[in-house]
Write a protein that binds this ligand. Structure first.
Ligand SMILES: [Zn+2]
Length: 273
């Protein structure tokens, strides 16, 4: 109860002296603090403004136009890059029973190759080089199927369904059976222009014996060098959903083709890696 009166009456001179030392020239110190604050504030303001202008200046060096300074787009941050999912390139597009083409998708740009067949223009050179390679080895490859429009694929499939119906199958059974032989519209790689069926001119039947022809033997050994794969191997039917087709070659680019053919994979397995 006596502490406050004692302080007020100066019984603690040391403490009072300190307080006094700090507050005696009140006007002087207050002014000093105010000036310091002003200097700090002004310095921060000009520094911030200078740094804010810096990117504009750099951009301006590269984008000076008749209209004056143009602000360039901000650079992409590393964090932003990490979150962007790179889509597969066009040549690795997966088409199968679970990955259908969009009917509204625009048709590929087409180029005519050997035999008057049409393929996606981007694979035409690689295909011609592969065929030339086979011919140089004394063989006679023959393209028997190439790009198909949606309507063409639909016609082929419906024709097969009708054939099955005529054999006494009901509609559901006929559609299932037809799909074993002809891809349903939207599920055929031929609709992309990235696939061709090639046979040996001396044996043009599309059956398993095709694999024994010199042309198929050569293609299976060398197709990857040109960016092509045997798309439906005999031991991958469960994964591709398509029976063995030792005549159907699909372009996937040289890197993927070598990995797939050398690794004994199918495209589904390669893309799942
Ligand atoms: Zn085919």
């Amino acid at each position: 109860m006596n502490e406050h009166p004692r302080e007020r009456t100066g019984t603690r001179p040391v403490r009072r002296r300190r307080r006094g030392a700090a507050s005696a020239p009140v006007g002087f110190w207050s002014l000093g603090i105010l000036l310091l604050c002003a200097v700090v504030f002004a310095g921060g303001f000009f520094l911030g403004r200078a740094s804010a202008l810096e990117p504009e200046r750099r951009s301006g060096e590269e984008s000076q136009t008749a209209q004056g300074l143009v602000r360039l787009p901000q650079e992409t941050t590393p964090e932003a890059c990490e979150t962007v999912q790179e889509p597969d390139p066009w040549y690795l597009t997966l088409i199968n029973g679970d990955h259908l083409l969009d009917r509204e998708a625009s048709a590929p740009e087409l180029t005519e190759v050997s035999g008057g067949h049409q393929v996606d223009s981007r694979i035409a050179d690689a295909l011609e080089e592969m065929l030339s390679g086979a011919r140089a080895a004394g063989l006679s490859p023959l393209i028997c199927s190439s790009y198909r429009t949606w309507d063409k694929q639909e016609t082929l499939y419906e024709s097969k369904v009708q054939s099955c119906l005529s054999q006494g199958m009901d509609q559901a059974r006929a559609e299932l059976e037809a799909a074993r032989w002809v891809a349903q519209p939207g599920t055929s790689e031929h609709q992309t222009g990235l696939a061709v069926d090639i046979v040996d001119i001396s044996y043009q039947l599309l059956d398993e014996a095709q694999e024994d022809t010199p042309v198929q033997q050569w293609l299976m050994a060398h197709c990857a060098d040109y960016g092509f794969i045997l798309r439906y191997p005999t031991d991958k039917s469960a994964l591709t959903g398509v029976a063995y087709e030792p005549w159907h070659y699909r372009y996937v680019g040289v890197e993927a083709a070598r990995a797939i053919m050398d690794g004994g994979l199918c495209l589904e397995e390669y893309l799942a890696q």
